[in-house]
Design a binder for this molecule. Structure first.
Ligand code: GLP
Length: 261
């Protein structure tokens, strides 16, 4: 695992945006052989989306031959609902880049057949030969996508009931009222994320410090689903100094020494 510890949020954001742009360019994607990118929502990746939009506008990267798969979507929210992940992605990213709308994939939380929707999503990922790079954030309880504590580390795309901690955390987007937060979501599984060629998990701020500690110094376990990254051959955690605050001095020194070599 690589661990990139940057002083603040902006440094993390710039590092991740440039890394994604570099990966896309290096792959020299074409219509027949596109770059497949897994994407998250949440406050963590917002800055990355802003920087990628700038890079795209300045012709430093193109999304013309990029195919995207989002991690998750709430059950029951219309795509026009500002709290839906559809709305979030178009509003904060897709509407501002040169992506072909046909290349965008987001789970349909309004489907009548959850199992089929999730099965089709896994199949669509396979059609493209899998995901090249999956970007994710992490919840305060260590969840990735909506793989709540005690999700199977081999889980695939499915419907998931949200944990009380997630409902509470996400209530800030729903007028701080937990009763307004959908109680279920469709989400890629831990296994789906781990199948990607490369996975970057971003963590910003002190409320992510415990999750970062568990991900890096804790054991691999289903309570902190982010810890599955330890099994990934190309996993990267990018965190700011506040999110790294619970790591031991030795751990921080070790990863910094490798990155600054
Ligand atoms: C939600 C999303 C996750 C995200 C998490 C943290 O639960 N399903 O993908 O990582 O929130 O969000 P934030 O980045 O806003 O802290």
């Amino acid at each position: 695992m690589r661990v990139i510890i940057k002083e603040d949020k902006n440094d993390c954001t710039t590092w991740v945006a440039r890394y994604i742009a570099y990966r896309i360019k290096r792959a020299r994607p074409t219509a027949k052989n596109p770059f497949v990118l897994g994407l998250p929502t949440g406050s963590t990746p917002l800055g990355v989306y802003h920087e990628l939009i700038d890079l795209c506008k300045n012709k430093k990267v193109s999304f013309e031959h990029v195919v995207t798969f989002n991690m998750d979507e709430y059950v029951g929210l219309e795509p026009t609902n500002p709290q839906s992940y559809h709305y979030f992605m178009y509003n904060n990213f897709f509407d501002h880049i040169d992506i072909n709308p046909k290349n965008i994939h987001i789970l349909n939380g309004l489907t009548k057949d959850y199992a089929k929707e999730c099965e089709n999503y896994e199949r669509a990922i396979q059609t493209y030969g899998g995901i090249d790079l999956f970007l994710g954030g992490v919840g305060t309880d260590g969840h990735i996508a909506f793989n709540e504590p005690f999700s199977s580390l081999q889980s695939r795309t499915r419907i998931k009931t949200l944990a009380p901690s997630t409902i509470k955390d996400n209530s800030r987007f729903f007028g701080n009222n937990v009763t307004n937060v959908p109680k279920q979501a469709l989400t890629v599984g831990v296994g789906t994320i781990m199948d990607a060629q490369e996975v970057i998990i971003m963590a910003l701020g002190e409320n992510k410090a415990q999750a970062v500690y568990q991900a890096i110094e804790g054991s691999i376990n289903h309570q902190w689903t982010v810890s599955a990254l330890q099994m990934h051959p190309h996993g990267i955690i990018v965190c700011d100094s506040s999110a790294a605050a619970k790591l031991s001095k030795n751990t921080v020194e070790y990863f910094n020494s490798i990155e600054n070599r």
